[in-house]
Every structure is written in C-alpha cells, then in structure tokens.
Write a protein that binds this ligand. Structure first.
Ligand code: NAP
Length: 342
C-alpha cells in the first residue's frame, strides 16, 4: 500500500486527541496528517510522531488529498463537515450519531461485522460507546444460540460526554468536598457524588436518545432486527470506563461455562470472572485497555435460558478511537484505501 493521508477533525477533543495518539503509535504508513478543531483552537498545536502540527479549520482545504477523514465532533457539526470531506474524495469515518442508522452507511465493530465493509463507502460510522461492548459480548453467544431478548443497564463515565464533562466532574467533586455550593456544570444535576438515570434527551416514549441508540445500533450491527432489546442508561461519577449489566435470554439452554468458553475465544474480549479471588471487570480495570472485559457470568434464575453478564470497556478506546483505527486497518487489508495507483 502507499502511505495514507489522514485528516482528524476534533483533534483537541477527548476521542480525537486519543485517536491521534493511537495513530501515532501505530505502524500505519502515513504520508500526512492534518488536524482540525473549532475556530477557537485554530493556531494551537498538537504533537504527532515527534512533529508539531497546527490545528486548522475543517474546511475543503483541510481534506484535500485525504484518503480518510476521521471526524469526532457533535452530530450536528459532523453533518456540516462530512460533505466537505466527501467532496474532496476522502472516506469519512464518523464517530457521532449523525449517519449511523442511514441504510447506506456501514456501522462497524470489526470483530463482529467487518464483512459490512464490502466496497467503496463514502461514510463509515463508528457505533456508540455503549453499543460496542454489548455487541462484542452478544455476538459470539448469538452465533451459537440465537438471542431472543436483552435487557441492558449502563453505568457510563463522564468522559463519554467529552472533555468539558471530565473537567466538570473534577470541579464538582472538589466543590462538594470543600462544602461549596455550585450549580451543575454539565448535566441537569450535579454528577459529583451522584448517579443520574439520564444520558441525552428523552423521547416521547420515555426512553432516552442514548437508550434508543443502543437498541437500534445493536440490531443493525448484528443484522438481527428480531432481538427484543430494552435499555436504561445511567451516568455515574467515574472519569473513564463504561460498565453494563446485561440480562440475555436465548432460544435454547446455555450454561455459564459454555458462555465463558465462547467469550474467551473471541478476539477482543477478556473474561475476568473469578468470584473467589474477587475478580470481575471494573471501570478502572478497563481504563487504558483495548479489550472488552466480561465477568459475573451466571445463570439468570428469573427466566428460562437466561444468562447475566457484567461488561466494562474504555469508552474512549474500544468505544471510539481504537475501533476507528481497527476500521482503517480493515480498509487497508481489504485494499479499499491506500491502493497503489496503476
Ligand atoms: N467520548 C466518548 O466516549 C465517545 C465515544 C464514542 C463516540 N463519541 C462521539 O464522538 C464525538 C466527539 O466526542 P468527544 O467526547 O471527543 O467530545 P469533546 O471532547 O467535546 O470534543 C469535541 C471536539 O469537537 C471539536 N469541534 C467542535 N466544534 C467544531 C467545529 N465546528 N469544527 C471542527 N471541530 C469542532 C472540538 O474542538 P475545540 O477543542 O476547538 O472546541 C473538539 O476537538 C461526539 O459525537 C461523541 O458523541 C464519543
């Protein structure tokens, strides 16, 4: 392959800055890397493979000659910027919810549905950071024993809302410890020393937008619209690392031992499940890891053919930046980008 030209939009953000670091640490041959953010960051610099890169505006010029545009900004901003990148011939790898449910946009977790990268795509979407661990854990089980129903409750860290929320958790926690009264900085309620059953806006049916995303993205990625899924998404005062409690009902009986075997042999999953040694996934354990951690695997005593699982993931890594880099590697392997010109 020839070295790639990559433009990163949102390069100062929680995901974008980590993506740049992972890209720099990777062995991917690169010809150029452009870094973009909002107007307020233009002129600031970031380090990349020992070089200093200047932040620029995400305009047409930023995408000239780009093979890939990794865009990690709010969905509304993505909708404006993605067409500029496409017009310059770049494949857009979008981290927001803007295009995920479009029928012509693959929504990809490479271990689960790399086969959906099957041609020249203008836009490829990266799933929500709570969808990724869910499909990673469900897919190897579903292949052996079809899943009928899933109930998932999430415990989501503040980094899932970006860098402002990370700063907000620190300020609010300090304020509470110092007995100072401050208004909530990012969420409708204080997150410091609190738990909030509200991630993104609420829809008419009482579910939140985030809950709706998990339900529909999971069905799309697994090509399984028939699975019944319900979700409750909760924000917790943790910096990095999302956890999920997952109740799964299968068509046929399945033992926790068989589920452990299937999960252990699935690329990208690490089973951490030893109650005697008090070993189970935690947000802190997941933070900094590219694996999806699975534990507390047990029979669900309340239904037929049911299992209960506990998941943890670094939402910024496998939930976003690592998954994006894996997709780029898939595109290279499938010769869909970086083709030598003939
Ligand atoms: N955080 C996660 O765990 C996670 C996981 C999966 C998906 N996502 C999705 O990834 C996206 C980014 O999330 P994040 O957590 O990284 O947010 P973030 O920390 O708030 O970063 C947002 C980035 O967008 C840039 N930006 C804002 N307006 C822009 C504009 N008009 N043009 C160009 N860049 C602009 C910001 O630049 P400035 O610094 O100049 O403001 C910043 O670099 C969101 O769609 C989010 O839903 C996040």
């Amino acid at each position: 392959m020839r070295p790639l030209n990559i433009t990163v939009v949102g390069a100062t953000g929680a995901v974008g800055s980590l993506f740049l670091k992972l890209l720099g640490d990777s062995t991917l041959p690169l010809a150029s890397v452009n870094v973009c953010a909002s107007q307020s960051s233009v002129g600031k610099t970031v380090q990349f493979r020992g070089k200093t890169l200047k932040i620029q505006l995400a305009d047409e010029l930023a995408f000239r000659d780009s093979d890939v545009a990794f865009i990690s900004v709010d969905a509304s901003v993505s909708k404006e910027i993605a067409p500029l990148a496409i017009a310059q011939g770049a494949v857009v790898l979008d981290d927001s919810s803007a295009f995920r449910m479009n029928s012509d946009v693959p929504l990809v977790v490479p271990e689960v549905n790399a086969e959906d990268l099957n041609g020249i795509h203008k836009i490829i979407a990266i799933p929500n950071c709570v969808t990724v661990p869910l499909v990673m854990a469900l897919h190897p089980l579903h292949k052996e024993n079809p899943i009928k129903r899933v109930i998932v409750d999430t415990y989501q860290s503040v980094s899932g809302s970006g860098k402002k929320a990370m700063d907000g958790l620190i300020s609010e926690t300090a304020a509470v410890l110092e007995d100072r009264l401050i208004d909530p900085l990012v969420y409708p309620h204080r997150i410091g020393f609190n738990v909030i059953p509200h991630v993104e806006n609420f829809l008419d049916n009482g579910y939140s937008h985030e809950e709706n995303k998990i339900i529909h993205e999971t069905k799309k990625i697994m090509h399984s619209p028939e699975i019944y899924i319900s979700a409750t998404c909760v924000r917790v005062p943790v910096m990095i690392g999302h956890c999920e409690s997952v109740h799964v009902q299968f068509n046929d009986p399945i033992t926790p031992d068989r589920a452990r075997e299937l999960l252990e042999s699935f690329q990208g999953i690490r089973v951490v499940d030893d109650l005697e040694l008090l070993q189970y996934p935690t947000a802190v354990m997941a933070s900094g890891s590219d694996d999806v951690l699975v534990g507390r695997i047990r029979q669900d005593i309340s239904v037929e053919n049911g299992l209960v699982l506990w998941l943890a993931i670094d939402n910024l890594r496998k939930g976003a930046a690592t998954n994006a880099l894996q997709i780029i590697n898939c595109l290279v392997e499938k010769n869909l980008i970086g083709k030598e010109s003939t």
